[in-house]
Design a protein around this ligand. Structure first.
Ligand SMILES: [Mg+2]
Ligand SMILES: [Zn+2]
Length: 192
């Protein structure tokens, strides 16, 4: 079994990219409408003008981790699969003294606005967007833990899903079975 964790809103209590854009970038980007998830992500990241050092310091000082994370890490060595940025994820993993495989998008820092670099060329053939289904491990079964929009397509490719908030509502609508969680202690207990 491979355990895959989304990062923002799953490992982190609050979405760290949304929080970083809100506090360091331009939150008015969330009032705009975009044709696709990929375009929205590029625009959001484009409002960040901090240096990587400033962003890392912000992440270390502000990003809170969901209870039970270390328990899951020790038992299952999960893979982090995220649409977010390594510049926000890696400093927090380092603070937590955790080394895990991270499969995420990337970004080129710039004072004119950071430029997102997508992990995969083109769009996912299933959903037609810049989704992270293609970042899943090849080995199945996969247990997927997520919370939001960017988890929808990837979660449908996994044998077992733990969901909360928006992802749970979506899977309800789709009639796809999943298990609810609030802390990672819930996930660890269900897996043991
Ligand atoms: Mg999320
Ligand atoms: Zn997809």
């Amino acid at each position: 079994m491979k355990l895959v964790l989304d990062w923002d809103g799953t490992v982190t209590v609050r979405d760290s990219l949304v929080a970083a854009v809100t506090e360091l970038g331009d939150p008015s980007v969330y009032d705009r409408e975009f044709e696709s998830y990929g375009e929205a992500l590029a625009a959001e990241v484009g409002t960040i003008r901090s240096t990587p050092e400033q962003l890392a310091a912000w992440a270390v000082g502000n990003v809170e981790i969901r209870p039970g994370f270390h328990e899951l890490v020790e038992r299952y060595s999960p893979i982090i699969v995220s649409s977010g940025l390594p510049q926000l994820i890696l400093p927090v993993l380092e603070r937590e003294r955790v080394a895990l495989e991270v499969r995420s998008n990337d970004a080129l820092p710039s004072v004119e606005g950071w430029r997102v670099i997508f992990r995969h060329e083109g769009v996912c053939h299933v959903c037609g967007d810049r989704c992270k289904r293609r970042s899943l491990p090849n080995d199945h079964p996969i247990v997927f833990v997520g919370d939001g929009w960017s988890d929808r397509c990837a979660s449908l490719a996994c044998e077992r899903v733990f969901a909360r908030t928006g992802l749970a509502a979506y899977l309800d609508e789709q009639g796809v079975p999943y298990e609810r969680y609030e802390s990672f202690h819930d996930v660890a207990a269900a897996l043991s």
